[in-house]
Design a binder for this molecule. Structure first.
Ligand SMILES: CC(C)(COP(=O)(O)OP(=O)(O)OC[C@H]1O[C@@H](n2cnc3c(N)ncnc32)[C@H](O)[C@@H]1OP(=O)(O)O)[C@@H](O)C(=O)NCCC(=O)NCCS
Length: 181
């Protein structure tokens, strides 16, 4: 349980129809800010994304979790990358417009970080976003992340180039981990 009536569960291949319907609602809001392959417009496209994450997850790599508000899939959080050997992962997120402003992604992101640092003993968690993505930057700050710097001209959207900011948190900075106590 993430908040009143809001739950986080693995987002899997069998959710393809539901995920595609959710993307219909979320597409215009998320398109400028997330990777282009994530924003599909068919059920087959949605299924292919879920299949990609399922394959990665089976190899202890990337993973995706949906955020359900009651019966409705309203967004999600993911490990964009998860490298257990190096102890480094990257966390990402998205929401459909009606679900913003309630802290569900901040709390879901914290749940992923806790699993990464406490359960899996990861050492470094990253957060990448465009430097003009104010809502994403606010989440990185709420999660206690530090800015590692800016990768210039590292994001392309609609024919324009943008700078990307990298945030990170180390296990020593996470209160629940052995290293952070
Ligand atoms: C990025 C994105 C997920 C942020 O959504 P969000 O609603 O701002 O994030 P949260 O769910 O953590 O909610 C935070 C908001 O809820 C409020 N809030 C309420 N209760 C809260 C709580 N218990 N904890 C934290 N925040 C809370 C916060 O004040 C904040 O609102 P504000 O911005 O008006 O101050 C959303 O804007 C989005 O999907 N954008 C497009 C895709 C995208 O950019 N993805 C990230 C790519 S790097």
């Amino acid at each position: 349980m993430i908040a009143d009536g809001v739950e986080l569960h693995p987002l899997e291949v069998w959710h393809a129809v539901e995920f595609a319907a959710h993307l219909e609602r979320a597409r215009e809001q998320i398109r400028p800010w997330v990777g282009p392959t994530f924003v599909t417009d068919t059920v087959d496209g949605a299924r292919a994304t879920l299949r990609r994450y399922a394959d990665a997850s089976a190899a202890d790599g990337a993973r995706m979790y949906g955020i359900w508000d009651g019966e409705s899939l309203v967004g999600g959080v993911m490990f964009v990358t998860f490298d257990a050997a190096w102890g480094i992962c990257e966390v990402g997120c998205w929401l459909e417009p009606g679900a913003e402003g309630r802290g569900v992604v901040t709390r879901s992101g914290a749940a992923l970080l806790d699993w990464a640092f406490v359960t899996r003993g990861m050492v470094r968690a990253k957060w990448h976003c465009r430097t003009d993505n104010d809502r994403s930057i606010a989440i990185a700050h709420r999660l206690g992340m530090h800015s590692d710097g800016v990768l210039r001209s590292s994001w392309v959207y609609d024919g324009r180039r943008y700078d990307k900011q990298v945030f990170s948190l180390l296990h020593t900075e996470w209160p629940g981990s052995d290293a952070g106590r």
